[in-house]
Design a protein around this ligand. Structure first.
Ligand code: AMP
Length: 525
């Protein structure tokens, strides 16, 4: 294989791994991209993209990736990790040529949207190179991609399910893969892709180089790295913006019924009107995304919806409209909004407190990007205490309440349950109706989409009240596509099919010279 040293017969990632961290005296101290060993063509594209200083993950990974070493990068979206593998790959691909149906490098992404973002990166940084790129993702016709594959591609970006579909149909040979990138491995785990990944790894040449990225390292992921990485250079980058210094985070009390929460949200949006440029509103369940979206439209808010059951065209259009400022409020599920890189979102509203504490960090990270200020409001009911505790533990901060905590809640709901926590949150003593509707904490390894589907089968706490429906005016024509698509998809969806487990589409918008402070935070001790 071109340019990659031959490997010993056993893969082992612990013995020879090199730890690059902020206090590591041997850590490379590159202050400019020119110090990293990238080719002239790539450097010139980076300059044109407006990037002057490499981020810590780029400084740590690029020189080693260029030497052909395996990389274990512990970093999440927003740290500049995509360029940390795209740039050295482009440099290395300048030598050699692709053969028909034999991609030279393979990048595995958990969602369509992330795959599309990586492709954008190749287009941006590869504009002076001749590297050909193909995308194999669910939800889009792949005739063009098949033609590209036939001609030979240097870079194949794929979601695992769709890749295996092609492989099984004999459209693809994986024996020429020199570099494998596994991106967002912990997300792959959440989405149930690990068996597919293991299978793909076994189909690739043993002597390949592997670049592996994950935001967290649960035991299943550690096992995977032990199996498939050889003496990797380990680079750990501080969690991006988990303290959210430029994001004002507040809890907003609400009664637990759906209509009460929607009213709380509407009041909040109206109160924030002066500062609210646009907002993403997160729900835990797809069914609530649809319901909240329809309710907001009825109340004449400029809203759209984004969730995994919508077809690709509807999602792309919705995202484009939101990015272009034609849509003010985007109601979304976690899966649909994962990895979105929209630089200018003024507000995030958590209509539901996320069940996984990590999702909170991902959600609020949609605002306050590129050094801007952002606001994140989380609507909290008495049943959310346990989830709020987990989030506070993760972010290492205590929440502030927007206008008084749950003890100040008036009416029946306040009398139902007495708060048992100092700051007004109830611990889960009795079983309220709201608690009964909460999904069980999902196990690791269970598909996140399975999980969303499971909670969708539970009764919705948020049925529209007659009052609410009557007080609002229809606004339906504008959003007809989404509603139709919701219904169609709901009917046809039983369980996620292989090629369909991946998600949305989007476009990468760079930070230019405006690198946010968190991206400069050096590697973690
Ligand atoms: P990622 O972590 O790959 O999702 O990148 C997050 C954002 O940072 C993207 O919009 C990139 O275009 C941008 N970015 C990547 N590298 C740099 C850099 N060295 N300086 C400034 N922005 C960057």
């Amino acid at each position: 294989m071109r340019g990659v040293a031959s490997r010993p017969s056993q893969r082992n990632n612990t013995k020879d791994s090199i730890d690059v961290s902020s206090d590591d005296k041997n850590a490379p101290e590159a202050t400019s991209f020119a110090d990293l060993g990238l080719s002239e063509k790539v450097l010139s594209a980076v300059t044109d993209a407006g990037y002057t200083t490499p981020t810590p993950i780029q400084t740590g990974a690029i020189p080693h990736a260029l030497e052909g070493k395996d990389i274990l990068g512990i970093a999440q979206t927003g740290t500049g990790k995509t360029a940390s593998f795209v740039l050295p790959m482009l440099t290395r691909l300048e030598k050699g040529r692709a053969r028909a149906r034999m991609p030279r490098t393979l990048i595995l992404e958990p969602t369509r949207e992330l795959a599309a973002q990586v492709e954008e990166n190749f287009i941006k940084y590869g504009k002076n190179s001749r590297a050909s790129v193909a995308l194999l993702i669910g939800g889009v016709s792949f005739d063009d991609q098949l033609r590209k594959l036939e001609r030979g591609v240097d870079v194949l970006i794929a979601t695992p399910g769709r890749l295996l579909d092609h492989f099984e149909r004999g459209k693809l040979l994986l024996t020429g893969v020199e570099i494998l990138v596994i991106d967002e491995a912990d997300r792959m785990l959440d989405m149930g892709f690990i068996p597919d990944i293991e299978r793909i790894c076994r189909l690739l040449p043993f002597s390949r180089q592997t670049l592996f990225f994950s935001a967290t390292m649960p035991p299943e992921i550690t096992k995977l790295t032990e199996q498939f990485l050889h003496a990797p250079v380990r680079i750990e980058v501080s969690r991006a913006s988990s303290t959210g210094e430029n994001i004002a985070q507040r809890l907003v009390k609400s009664k637990s019924t759906g209509w009460a929460k929607r009213e709380t949200l509407r009041n909040l949006i109206r109160a924030e009107a002066d500062e609210l440029k646009n907002a993403i509103i997160f729900c835990n369940r797809k069914v609530d995304v649809s319901e909240l979206f329809r309710s907001l439209v009825r109340h004449e808010f400029d809203a759209g919806a984004l969730h995994g059951d919508m077809d690709q065209r509807a999602r792309t259009t919705m995202l484009e409209n939101f990015r272009a400022g034609k849509l003010k409020l985007l109601v979304a599920s976690d899966v649909a909004a994962r990895g979105l890189d929209i630089p200018d979102v003024s507000h995030v509203f958590n209509f539901d407190v996320p069940i996984h504490a990590e999702d909170y960090v991902h959600r609020i990270g949609r605002t306050g990007r590129a050094g801007r200020k952002g606001k994140a409001f989380t609507i909290a009911t008495r049943a959310d205490a346990k989830y709020l505790d987990a989030i506070e533990k993760l972010i290492g901060n205590q929440f502030e309440w927007h206008d008084g905590d749950l003890t100040t809640l008036s009416g029946d709901d306040a009398e139902d349950e007495k708060p048992k926590r100092g700051r007004g949150r109830a611990t889960r003593g009795g079983r309220s109706s709201d608690q009964a509707e909460k999904p069980k904490k999902p196990r690791r390894g269970r598909s996140k989409q399975d999980e969303e589907a499971a909670v969708d089968r539970a009764p919705s706490p948020s049925s529209e009240t007659p009052d609410e429906a009557a007080s609002s005016k229809p606004h339906r024509a504008a959003r007809k596509d989404t509603i139709r698509s919701d219904n169609q998809k709901r009917a046809e969806k039983q369980r996620p099919r292989r090629g369909d487990r991946d998600d949305d589409a989007g476009e990468v918008v760079g930070f230019g010279d405006d690198m946010p402070a968190f991206m400069k935070v050096p590697a973690k001790v």
